[in-house]
Design a protein around this ligand. Structure first.
Ligand code: MN
Ligand code: MN
Length: 463
């Protein structure tokens, strides 16, 4: 055996999908058209749930009823408070032999309106915001924003807001200084470039027509328009959840159209691919549990986040149906914590360790551990779980790679994996490499999106 042959036999290098499967570019492109539509229709967790429910209903899923009997291939779903969702296809094996869980999150970083947001200052009407999730604040100024959310009126009526998505809709914006006057601001640290209390959104500039004896006529004009459009008053902001999100649509990036640029790909890219794999599976061996969860970006808190027991309670109901012990069900289950990872960026290479980073175009990324400062707050999947998931993907010809979230001590982060592990379920992170993660505009390779879908499909089909 020559040295070159031996090197090929003993060494390992993750292949480029485009080199290994050149014919898949077209397939991946087709698959991603549906993904782009999902991104455009789901800019908030509530909108993602709504879109997912319509996709599931169309595919024959029915609301889960714990008193009904289900057989292999039957498909059900349940919704948690309009912000999270679980879908299941019943398998041929009993739940006591374990479930196949796949959890992605549908909340994304954004600017939330404060409970008392509207004010007028020096002739402009503005909205106070409190950012949601980890953002680099300077990235969110001078970006066209849309207004999405829900508001409850005095009489209990629920009103949904989606303004800035249709051609011709007005948009909103956080301002920034012109370079000519930014001398002082330029001396700030980048993390301070735009401060939290500077993330104020312009919502109006004209005074109310009859402004005689009116103190804040620009604010009044905004209130009059909000009342005309949504029937709301200033007090109703307190019983609302309004999210300011980038207004643009998902687009192709590059002359070769190899990537997608869009807001909210973390983690709607895994939500969409998981949902498509869930919908496509016919009669799996193991019962599937596809979870689209909320609040991951702020630590999986709240009763729609994965640190609550809503998934556990669902699994308890699945176990009860067949008289199984839910503890046994959990102990035999396997879960993919489906979330994105930071793709190696050649422009900022020092933040990464090149041998252990994921790369755009090399497939879905299997992340053994996340965390910060010595794996703190990570799940750290076992060798056994890594072996099981790698075998499933290799058997199905899925292109996958491994990757850490940046160089050691460069920063870090967490996912839902630690909370799934807390249920005594085997779990590992798997997802799509993303460039500019958490920016108002994130990039993902279409081939990686497609192979993440193939990985989820293989995971549900495997015996
Ligand atoms: Mn994420
Ligand atoms: Mn994130």
């Amino acid at each position: 055996m020559t040295g070159k042959e031996l090197q090929e036999k003993l060494g390992w290098k993750f292949p480029d999908i485009a080199e290994k499967y050149p014919e898949q570019a077209e397939e991946a492109g087709r698959f991603c058209e549906g993904y782009k539509e999902f991104l455009n229709e789901g800019k908030t967790e509530r909108e993602c749930v709504k879109k997912a429910v319509s996709m599931l209903e169309e595919a024959g899923y029915r609301l889960f009823n714990r008193r009904e009997t289900y057989g292999p291939g039957d498909k059900v779903y349940m919704v948690n408070r309009d912000k999270a969702l679980i879908a299941t296809t019943f398998g041929t094996k009993p739940a006591s032999e374990g479930l196949r869980l796949n959890g992605a999150h549908i909340d994304s970083p954004r600017l939330d309106l404060k409970p008392n947001p509207l004010y007028e200052k020096d002739g402009l009407a503005l909205l106070k915001t409190h950012y949601y999730g980890g953002i680099r604040k300077y990235q969110w100024s001078t970006v066209p924003l849309a207004m999405h959310g829900v508001v409850y009126l005095e009489d209990g009526t629920k009103v949904e807001i989606s303004l800035g998505e249709k051609e011709g809709d007005p948009l909103f914006c956080v301002t920034d200084l012109l370079p000519h006057l930014a001398g002082e601001q330029n001396g700030r640290k980048l993390s301070d470039g735009i401060r939290g209390e500077e993330l104020n959104v312009v919502i109006g500039s004209l005074p109310y027509e009859d402004s005689k004896d009116v103190k804040e006529a620009v604010k009044l004009k905004v209130l009059a328009l909000l009342n005309r459009y949504y029937g709301m008053t200033e007090k109703d902001f307190i019983r609302a959840e309004i999210e300011m999100v980038p207004a643009y649509k998902a687009v192709d990036i590059g002359l070769d159209r190899g990537m997608i640029g869009a807001y909210g790909q973390d983690d709607r890219v895994c939500a969409y691919t998981a949902l498509q794999a869930e919908i496509g599976v016919r009669e799996p061996v193991y019962t599937t549990v596809t979870i689209l969860t909320d609040k991951e970006e702020i630590g999986s808190v709240g009763n729609t986040g994965l640190n609550s027991d809503y998934v556990l309670h669902y699994i308890q109901m699945l176990a009860e149906r067949e008289g199984a012990d839910f503890k046994e069900v959990l102990a035999h289950s396997l879960c993919l914590s489906s979330d994105v990872n930071a793709a190696y960026d050649p422009t900022f290479s020092s933040a990464y360790e090149s041998r252990n980073s994921c790369y755009a175009g090399k497939g879905c990324v299997l992340t053994k551990y996340t965390g910060a400062r010595g794996k703190s707050s990570s799940n750290d999947a076992s060798a056994e779980v890594m072996a099981q998931v790698i075998r499933i993907m290799d058997d199905a010809g899925v292109c996958w790679q491994t990757g850490e979230l940046g160089a050691v001590d460069a920063g870090g982060g967490g996912t839902i994996a630690q909370f799934v592990a807390g249920l005594n379920v085997d779990v590992v992170d798997l997802g799509v490499p993303i460039l500019s993660m958490h920016a108002p505009f994130e990039l993902a390779s279409k081939l990686d999106v497609y192979h993440t879908y193939l990985a989820f499909q293989a995971f549900y089909r495997a015996d």
